[in-house]
Design a protein around this ligand. Structure first.
Ligand code: SF4
Length: 1021
């Protein structure tokens, strides 16, 4: 350690104290408000800048979201600014160098724009679908989506297909809203909180603050999760569950509620379609659809209201919502014309008849008695602890209510449910369970956040035919949308997919967020067609945002017979030198979140709260590093050069100078008064939500903590799906196209339309023969549980364990391994294994082992943990890195001892319909939590089929060092390893780096290493 002391002595030899807490800080200190982006929760922060350097970040006490609270990530934003992974100038792959070798040369922005402009201009004028834009967890999808639409390509999506589209689609196709940005638990008024499958990355600080108050007020918190970390660790009760089985649990609870009659029958009858009459007439083209009442007007063909109820007292059908009628919720009946019908709830009751707690026990691993008790506890909270809040409101049918019925039972769920190939129906089952207990947009239950709830389904539709994709013309329709039936799919006359990721095709009909994880595989294969240019923003698709990472990386470098890459041109915009940028042909250096403007818009995913609309912005607190340019400005510049109609005046000149100008002046339609930001609109800034553009809007946001809140009137704060005044208000402000009500879909006619098409019972579009059975099975109007698709392709006897990842509270996606403070918390990851499971496999605590799936294997360290159900193993996501990237030393712990579970996950699965993406057959959500593995101690002789074809293993099953890997592989390293590329030209030097043998220390002392100056020193002992 002498070298360290010596080094420190030299650094402080000028006699300056390390820190004098009472001294006035030297230099000019300025405190600026902006919005955090160290994760997607968007807390308000105050950034202390001294002499141009970020020196301290604190939570903004005036911010309505976090009230001054900041987490470890948020305060570590300072290290992002000085990260050695920062890219600082546009780069081009060196002519003659191989893609992926990481050999770049700097170019100017003029050259970069010229290169992009000519390539994109040609594609737009000839075949716009040859351009694909895919982005990661950015917060600007309203802008990126607009860019793609104006370009005329359908090939656009963000990260949702890999993240949690099942949560969005399963909930929105049922209730019109979902969790996190769209809605959440009202813990202030709740008594029982049930959290399922949630790590700490969604709504992090606000949810933690609410949980703290909830627990202090005596609320009971139950967490259902295979792993007891994070939120689960502070739960009153942790109920371990096997991954991918949550749907069985929800159906069993529903079984219990219906069996005992313990549900909110009044809510179900009036605000859901539970009492509506469904035709039960197999072979009829309308079998399984609601019987329509021709005498009632049909205001919205995609969400019609002209249904029938059965009036049990009168023994006849009556128009739904007839005054004074208590409709039958259960039963099968015959219409006067002889049509056999059943109520939707009757069909659900029949569906769950066999889904007993004992049935679910075998699947979930939760005792049947506990499942029954859980159902009783939920009913007790929702029904017996209900109270009336004296809040008058008027429903859509004009009935005035003096109170709102509170149901103090709240749920929250996220990716743990979503990232399974059976996730859509699982989440439908949860949404229905919540609806039966009446906990939708009521005090103490789930509550929507403006602009939600949307219609079921929302009114946005995609392009639908090749005629909608024309050269030099904006796409006719949206690249992403919400199909209401087969007619809204993006397929050609032969039923073939029209998008490169096959979203909105018969394979994944309700793919509301696209399938980012299919893009590289499909483009490589040229299925459904080849593309020319793939522009990736802020997404690590060559590493943790891919399944079967090794294969995907090979596809990126693979060439056709003519020597051209199968994906000819790869453009990557990112702030950091990552696994993805290493494959780029053109690298565009993005800014950090402290160097740019951003809008968290009501047109996108705002930060609204239950009682009002809230949006926020980021404003730069320091200038961009080097030549970094915000991606938003890149898009505005390209859109202007390519003369997209929305970005060009009639005389051909550009409409917007830059991104800030665009945000202020863009309107959804000429004169609509609706733009990206809702605050300080109108020429004098006096209007909210709607109003003419205000040239001083950014200044107003900057003056007011970068946030704007518009409270909605009190009478509009609950029951918003059927609240007449709210629905009108939402329509007036552009949040929805219609003001008709949201009827919660216990029974989904949208799905039934797909099933009927697959059964060949209806005219119109029908799936290709090989997909009929799949569409008919998964287009079930009622939720069902089936094992994840992967289980059908794997020998579960050989691969008995489920393997999942979760995101740690101290890191977000792949970003934070470049952060010197945060990597002190997580420098590498281990596989967490229950001691009984590990011991049965002969693996010691801290021992090296192999984790094998049918698709690949990794070598890593075991960590014993009793906080995991014994049939599951898990690790932190994206801490393991490829050597030498993210500004890390080639021998850094992240690559030497860290590993990535994605190497084990397959991107495709064989099945009856051929080989298809390992994704949910309804939404295309990546099924990356369906992984099955087995464990074996490292070093033990192996002799089985898992070793076959492994070119890097010696006879004992241990890997040999890769050619050119300076680190001789020994028993203390993970596998697979990748050779380290050179740092990119201009990569920010960041900090002093001190080396001693295998030890490498990054030093940063604020104020001593000024931005832009090279300070790297190697000091071997
Ligand atoms: S929760 Fe997320 S947004 Fe909030 S301070 Fe932490 S990192 Fe920043």
């Amino acid at each position: 350690m002498a070298w360290i002391t010596d080094r420190i002595d030299r650094i402080f030899s000028n006699g300056e104290p390390l820190h004098d807490p009472i001294a006035k800080p030297p230099g000019e200190v300025e405190v600026k408000s902006t919005t955090c982006y160290m994760c997607a929760c968007r807390c308000g922060i105050n950034v202390h800048v001294r002499d141009g350097e970020v020196r301290f970040i604190e939570g903004n006490p005036n911010h309505p979201l976090n009230h001054g609270v900041i987490c470890a990530k948020g305060s570590a934003g300072i290290m992002k600014q000085v990260s050695p992974a920062r890219l600082t100038q546009p780069l081009r792959r060196k002519p003659g160098s191989e893609r992926g070798a990481g050999e770049f040369e700097p170019i100017s922005w003029d050259e970069a724009f010229a290169m992009l402009e000519s390539r994109l201009r040609h594609l737009r004028a000839t075949d716009p679908k040859q351009f694909a834009l895919f982005t990661g967890r950015d917060q600007m999808q309203a802008l990126t989506g607009l860019f793609a639409r104006e370009f005329g390509t359908p090939n656009y999506a963000a990260h949702g297909g890999f993240c949690s589209v099942n949560m969005a689609a399963g909930m929105i196709y049922t209730t019109g809203g979902s969790f996190w940005e769209f809605g959440g638990p009202d813990l202030q008024q709740s008594k029982l909180f049930v959290m399922i499958g949630t790590a700490e990355d969604h709504h992090s600080n606000p949810l933690k603050m609410a949980l703290s108050d909830f627990k202090r007020a005596g609320g009971r918190f139950i967490s259902i999760n295979p792993v007891r970390t994070g939120y689960s660790a502070i739960a009153d009760e942790w109920i371990p569950i096997r991954p991918g089985t949550d749907g069985a649990l929800f159906l069993a609870i529903t079984h219990e509620l219906l069996r005992t009659g313990r549900f909110d029958d009044a809510f179900a009858a009036r605000y859901t379609n539970a009492a509506q009459l469904v035709r039960v007439q197999p072979g009829h083209p309308d079998d399984g659809m609601m019987v329509r009442n021709p005498a009632a007007p049909e205001v919205n063909p995609d969400a019609p209201l002209n249904a029938w109820w059965w009036d049990e007292a009168a023994g006849r059908p009556v128009a739904a919502w007839s005054e004074g009628v208590q409709p039958a919720l259960f039963g099968r009946y015959t219409m006067p014309d002889g049509t056999p019908v059943a109520t939707a709830l009757e069909l659900l009751r029949e569906r769950v008849a066999e889904c007993t707690p004992a049935w679910a026990e075998d699947i979930t691993g939760i005792a049947a008695s506990r499942i029954a008790q859980l159902a009783a506890e939920m009913a007790e909270a929702a029904l017996d602890q209900a109270f009336d809040l004296p809040q008058p409101w008027t429903d859509w049918w004009g009935r005035e209510h003096d109170t709102v019925r509170a149901r103090p039972l709240a749920f929250h769920a996220m990716r743990g449910l979503a990232a399974h190939s059976n996730g859509f129906h699982t989440i439908r089952a949860l949404a229905i369970l919540m609806s039966l207990l009446g906990t939708i947009d009521v005090p103490g239950g789930f509550r929507h956040k403006p602009p939600y709830p949307k219609q079921v389904p929302p009114g946005v539709r995609t392009a639908k035919s090749w005629d909608d994709i024309k050269p030099n013309t904006p796409l006719a329709g949206s690249p992403l949308g919400w199909p209401a039936g087969p007619g809204d799919l993006m397929v050609d006359d032969d039923g073939r997919p029209m998008r490169i990721d096959k979203a909105f095709s018969w394979e994944y009909p309700l793919a509301a967020h696209g399938l980012m994880h299919n893009v590289i595989t499909n483009a490589w294969r040229g299925d459904p067609y080849p593309i020319d240019t793939l522009l990736i923003f802020m997404s690590n698709m060559a590493w943790n945002s891919a399944m079967n990472t090794q294969r995907v990386r090979r596809m990126l470098t693979d060439k056709r017979a003519d020597g051209e890459h199968r994906i000819p041109f790869l453009v990557v915009c990112d702030a950091f030198h990552s696994e993805m940028t290493a494959f780029a042909d053109l690298v565009l250096p993005d800014t950090s979140y402290l160097e740019r403007h951003d809008a968290m818009s009501m047109l996108d995913r705002p930060i609204s709260e239950y009682d009002g609309a809230m949006d926020s912005v980021r404003v730069p607190v320091v200038p961009p590093l080097g030549q970094c340019k915000p991606f938003q400005d890149v898009l505005i510049e390209l859109a202007s050069r390519l003369q997209f109609p929305a970005f060009t005046r009639a005389d051909g000149s550009r409409k917007f100078k830059d991104y800030t100008d665009f945000i202020v002046n863009y309107e959804t339609a000429p004169g609509s008064g609706i733009g990206f930001l809702t605050g300080w609109r109108g020429a004098d800034g006096s209007k909210s939500l709607r109003g003419e553009p205000n040239p001083n809007q950014w200044e107003q946001y900057a003056k007011h903590d970068c946030v704007h809140f518009t409270p909605i009137p009190e009478a509009m704060r609950y029951m918003r799906g059927v609240n007449r005044d709210y629905l009108r208000y939402a329509k007036e402000n552009g949040w929805r196209k219609r003001d008709d009500p949201v009827v919660i879909a216990i029974y989904s006619e949208v799905l039934q339309k797909f099933r009927l098409a697959a059964q060949g019972q209806r005219p119109g579009r029908q799936p290709p023969a090989e997909l009929r059975e799949r569409v008919a099975r998964h287009g079930d109007p009622l939720p069902f549980w089936a094992p994840p698709l992967e289980h059908g392709a794997v020998d579960l006897g050989k691969f008995p364990l489920a393997a999942v990842t979760q995101r740690p509270m101290a890191m977000y996606h792949a970003w934070d391994s470049q952060n010197a403070w945060l990597r002190q918390i997580h420098g590498h990851n281990r596989l967490h294994v229950h001691p009984r499971t590990a011991q049965a496999a002969g693996i010691a605590d801290g021992g090296w082992m192999w984790v094998e799936s049918p698709w690949g294997r990794v070598r890593c360290v075991a960590q014993y943990s009793e906080a995991v159900e014994p049939g599951t193993v898990w690790t932190w996501n994206a801490i393991g890195k490829s050597s030498g990237l993210w500004g890390l030393h080639p021998h850094a712990d992240e690559s030497r001892r860290g590993f990535l579970l994605n190497h084990l996950i397959t991107d495709e699965l064989p099945g009856d319909a051929g080989t298809l993406s390992n994704s949910d057959p309804v939404t295309g959500q990546a099924g990356w939590y369906d992984l099955r593995v087995r464990l074996a101690p490292a070093g033990a002789p192996r002799d089985d089929e898992a070793m076959a074809g492994d070119h890097y293993a010696d006879v004992h099953g241990e890997p040999l060092p890769a050619a050119g890997d300076a680190l001789a592989l020994h028993s203390e390293t993970t596998w697979p390893r990748h050779s380290a590329p050179q740092p990119a030209p201009g990569q920010h030097p960041g900090m002093h780096r001190v080396s001693s043998g295998a030890a490498h220390v990054l030093q940063y002392f604020a104020g001593r290493g000024r931005r832009g100056k090279t300070t790297e020193q190697e000091t071997p002992t």
